[in-house]
Design a protein around this ligand. Structure first.
Ligand SMILES: *[C@@H]1O[C@H](CO)[C@@H](O)[C@H](O)[C@H]1NC(C)=O
Ligand SMILES: *[C@@H]1O[C@H](CO)[C@@H](O)[C@H](O)[C@H]1NC(C)=O
Ligand SMILES: *[C@@H]1O[C@H](CO)[C@@H](O)[C@H](O)[C@H]1NC(C)=O
Ligand SMILES: *[C@@H]1O[C@H](CO)[C@@H](O)[C@H](O)[C@H]1NC(C)=O
Ligand SMILES: *[C@@H]1O[C@H](CO)[C@@H](O)[C@H](O)[C@H]1NC(C)=O
Ligand SMILES: *[C@@H]1O[C@H](CO)[C@@H](O)[C@H](O)[C@H]1NC(C)=O
Ligand SMILES: *[C@@H]1O[C@H](CO)[C@@H](O)[C@H](O)[C@H]1NC(C)=O
Ligand SMILES: *[C@@H]1O[C@H](CO)[C@@H](O)[C@H](O)[C@H]1NC(C)=O
Ligand SMILES: *[C@@H]1O[C@H](CO)[C@@H](O)[C@H](O)[C@H]1NC(C)=O
Ligand SMILES: *[C@@H]1O[C@H](CO)[C@@H](O)[C@H](O)[C@H]1NC(C)=O
Length: 488
């Protein structure tokens, strides 16, 4: 029996539980997806695959509910009170492999299959069939993703991922050409994800592998590359939960939250570390932009850029319990890049953060633009070997026109910030002369050099500097660098 296209849908609608010849099985409002690479008879298909090419046969799955619950990745843990969904009822498996397919199947290694098999059509099929008032289960195994995905029309949908999603990188030209634009700074993404009331949980088993080494090596230490895709973008989403997913070797930023409200992202584990002469540039943990009511909690991130970055028009952002390695850590900005468009950041808390060997720790970077940064708290931040822990600039990257910026920074607190700085600077703060920083305060700042010697602070254009709780030993020029190369 082999069902395809409309036949399959009709069969599903009329029969309830069905194992079709394709790898998406629909049972009521639940779609269960099995990776094509798990089938014994992988029929190869190359390049941009049409849904019609998804005519693969599936034997019965050997994955058991027990296997699903034993996590390979101890962190992150599933959110409290949530347990994995029960395995769908077993059903008759259809095994109509022909001899040729069996032969091919036994010869095709998973690696070879990975290069040519594309799970994108069936993944999109599952979202299409169960993305509204439904549940989607991705069972264990490797899902090869060779095409962009747009799943922004979900509603009341629960997604459970136990498998590994691997984004192809042998078709870089395809991605550079086809990644979806996300407006911000010309960036783009491999996956636009959104809708209303959507949960995506990985139970510490979901692994997103962006094949980032290939992206890093072809970009050769250069900065933002047009078309290089953000792994996952929460786009125009409301009431979204992302929990328990592990990322390894992201293509570009791991995640981006844009034009969204009430997004919770918990228990995420990210690591993009290059093993070559080229560095993992621009592999931010996340960036928020034009979004509000965002909760980010329980993350471990190793990346080559900002760990958590709150960009323009972000309101009510709460970040807690984060461990970052090799990153730019907790950051507001960059923002204000378009001098004609205001950028606002309001009500941000970063708390309970640990940082290792990072460029900065708790900082704000704006272009000389317009708008404001208001009501930001950096609290309970502990660091080890950070290049320049506290840094505020009104003219990031250029070091020009710092004093003409009208993007005001006010009501910012640094509390209980401790640890070691790589050089002799604890804080460097240059606010714009045209819009001095107001309501800046420091409490319990204990940052020393790695050898225990005191680290100093420099500042310019801070209102009420004498009573802000931090002693500045001198002025901070506008062109003060984001990263130091030695003591100052
Ligand atoms: C964060 O992690 C801790 C310890 O693993 C856990 O107890 C807590 O429930 C997690 N928080 C969330 C929001 O999942
Ligand atoms: C949400 O979807 C589930 C099926 O997954 C359905 O039972 C429930 O009624 C839906 N809720 C609403 C509010 O539509
Ligand atoms: C993504 O899908 C939504 C809903 O189907 C559609 O409105 C939107 O135009 C699509 N976006 C892109 C960039 O194709
Ligand atoms: C925010 O989203 C969560 C799901 O992540 C939902 O439970 C909660 O009710 C939403 N809050 C509001 C105010 O809509
Ligand atoms: C990140 O990955 C690199 C390379 O695999 C590894 O050396 C490093 O220990 C990892 N970082 C963390 C925090 O696990
Ligand atoms: C890439 O950049 C890193 C860090 O800036 C540097 O250490 C490395 O030498 C650079 N690689 C090459 C090949 O220039
Ligand atoms: C930020 O929001 C303001 C006010 O809504 C708007 O004028 C501006 O264009 C937005 N900025 C960006 C970069 O989207
Ligand atoms: C400042 O931000 C905090 C945390 O988001 C919030 O509770 C508080 O109401 C804000 N204060 C003002 C004056 O908006
Ligand atoms: C942060 O840590 C403090 C001190 O340990 C604790 O009181 C507070 O509840 C923590 N906040 C969060 C959001 O976990
Ligand atoms: C200060 O932060 C550390 C973590 O860096 C935390 O253990 C400690 O409880 C905090 N102190 C207070 C008074 O909250």
């Amino acid at each position: 029996m082999r069902f395809q296209g409309t036949f399959q849908i009709i069969w599903v609608l009329t029969q309830g539980v069905v194992f079709s010849s394709a790898a998406v099985v629909k049972d009521g409002s639940t779609c269960t997806v099995t990776p094509l690479s798990a089938t014994q008879n992988v029929r190869r298909s190359i390049g941009a695959v049409q849904p019609a090419a998804r005519d693969l046969d599936l034997g019965s799955t050997s994955t058991t509910p027990q296997a699903l619950q034993s996590g390979r990745y101890p962190r992150p843990a599933p959110a409290k009170g949530k347990s994995p969904p029960s395995w769908p009822p077993s059903a008759v498996s259809i095994n109509d492999l022909d001899e040729h397919e069996l032969t091919v199947g036994s010869l095709v290694s998973q690696r070879a299959a990975a290069a040519t098999v594309d799970d994108t059509p069936q993944i999109l099929d599952a979202f299409k069939n169960c993305g509204k008032d439904g549940t989607i289960i991705f069972t264990e195994g490797v899902y090869n993703i060779r095409q962009v995905m747009n799943t922004t029309d979900l509603s009341n949908c629960s997604i459970h991922i136990y498998g590994k999603f691997v984004w192809s990188a042998d078709n870089i030209a395809y991605w550079l050409r086809s990644s979806y634009g996300v407006t911000y700074a010309g960036r783009s993404t491999a996956w636009l994800f959104g809708g209303h009331n959507v949960n995506m949980r990985g139970y510490g088993k979901a692994l997103f592998d962006g094949n980032g080494q290939v992206w890093i090596d072809q970009n050769k230490n250069n900065s933002n590359q047009n078309g290089r895709p953000i792994s996952l973008t929460i786009w125009k989403g409301t009431n979204i939960l992302i929990d328990g997913i592990t990322w390894r070797m992201s293509q570009f930023w791991h995640t981006f939250v844009a034009h969204s409200q009430n997004v919770t992202m918990t228990n995420l584990d990210m690591n993009t570390t290059s093993n070559s002469q080229w560095k993992a540039v621009n592999t931010d943990g996340t960036d928020t932009w034009n979004s509000k009511d965002i909760t980010i909690s329980n993350w471990t991130v190793t990346c080559g850029d900002d760990c958590i970055s709150v960009k323009g028009n972000s309101t009510n952002i709460h970040v807690s319990n984060i461990v970052c390695h090799e990153s730019g850590a907790m950051c507001v900005g960059s923002m204000g890049s378009n001098a004609n468009q205001p950028d606002y950041v309001d009500n941000v808390v970063f708390e309970n953060v640990t940082l290792y060997h990072s460029s900065n720790a708790a900082w704000i970077k704006t272009y000389p633009g317009q708008g404001h940064v208001r009501n930001v708290t950096f609290r309970n931040i502990h660091m080890s070997d950070v290049n320049q822990p506290i840094y505020v600039t009104s003219c990031i990257y250029s070091g020009q026109n710092c004093d003409s910026s009208r993007l005001g920074i006010s009501d910012v607190r640094w509390e209980n910030i401790t640890g070691t700085s790589r050089y002799n600077i604890a804080a460097a703060i240059h606010c714009s002369a045209a819009a001095p920083c107001k309501g800046i305060s420091f409490k319990d700042i204990d940052i020393t050099q790695k050898n225990g010697s005191p680290a100093k602070s420099v500042c310019s254009n801070v209102q009420g500097q004498d009573s802000m709780g931090l002693k500045c030993s001198g002025a901070c020029p506008g062109n003060w660098p984001q990263q130091l190369t030695g003591n100052r």
